[in-house]
Design a protein around this ligand. Structure first.
Ligand code: 13P
Length: 254
């Protein structure tokens, strides 16, 4: 059966000192408050902080390490880039791919994302693949068609075995960093749609086993309601993952 996951995407925030303090607080709270094994927690700090944060996560525990991006090539002359192999070699387990900020600001399209997915999977990383519509698309009633296309072109080229490693995140762009969360009903509708598309592209078992996260202004107040939806298996958390108390409350919301 699929896992519940709460992943914290720190984006381009924190310094070394902030990261050490934040992750130590999270580790202590998670241990003291026995948040249980019902949910896997993934921390996704900026690249240079991965080894530092990784060392602070108790081995074999509930907390896991994730990156926010990787390059599509295995190695080579790509100044400033980071390979999936390097990420795996320093203990990274997950990698976020296709985040709307990468699609928008770094012009990442489905073709490039397909290559990144392949590189991540070849290195043994588990991709957290993001999809989500803009406000304009939602208001034009095109949400399902748009997300269906993102899934088809970005993800469904993977084999069954490859797809089994993927976590999908639904992140409506209009909800990211805006304080405007999707209602639990809006989230559930899209999550159910995503699961149905997975069943069509693969099979019912693959669909049932795929973890689908919600992201976009999720916080300690609304997480319980969102996570109670049948097809919402956890969250990809931005702003609230930078506050240890808020993040741990979200973890405890199952
Ligand atoms: P916020 O939780 O800050 O809205 O960000 C969501 C997000 O983009 C996580 O990847």
């Amino acid at each position: 059966m699929r896992k519940n996951i709460v992943a914290g995407n720190w984006k381009m925030n924190t310094t070394l000192q902030d990261a050490q303090a934040l992750v130590s607080e999270i580790v202590n709270m998670v241990q003291d408050e026995a948040t249980g094994s019902a949910v896997e927690v993934v921390i996704c700090p900026p690249f240079p902080l991965l080894p530092v944060v990784g060392r602070l996560l108790p081995e074999g525990g509930q907390l896991h390490l994730g990156a926010q991006n990787c390059h599509q090539k295995e190695s080579g002359a790509f100044t400033g880039e980071v390979s999936a192999r390097l990420l795996a070699s320093i203990g990274t387990e997950y990698v976020i791919l296709g985040h709307s900020e990468r699609r928008q600001y770094f012009r990442e399209d489905d073709e490039l994302l397909s290559q990144k997915l392949k590189a991540a999977l070849a290195a043994g990383l588990k991709p957290i693949f993001c999809v989500g519509e803009s406000l304009e698309t939602r208001e034009a009633d095109d949400t399902f068609a748009y997300i269906g296309k993102q899934l088809k072109e970005g993800l469904f080229h993977l084999s069954n075995e490859e797809f089994a490693q993927v976590v999908v995140a639904y992140e409506p762009i209009w909800a990211i960093g805006t304080g405007k969360t999707a209602t639990s009903q809006q989230a559930q509708e899209v999550h159910a749609f995503i699961r149905e598309q997975i069943a069509r592209a693969y099979d019912a078992k693959q669909a049932l086993n795929t973890t689908i996260l919600y992201g976009g202004s999720a916080n300690a107040q609304n997480a319980r309601e969102l996570f109670s939806q049948p097809d919402v298996d956890g969250g990809l958390i931005g702003g609230a993952s930078l506050k240890s108390r808020d993040f741990v409350e979200i973890i405890k919301s199952f």
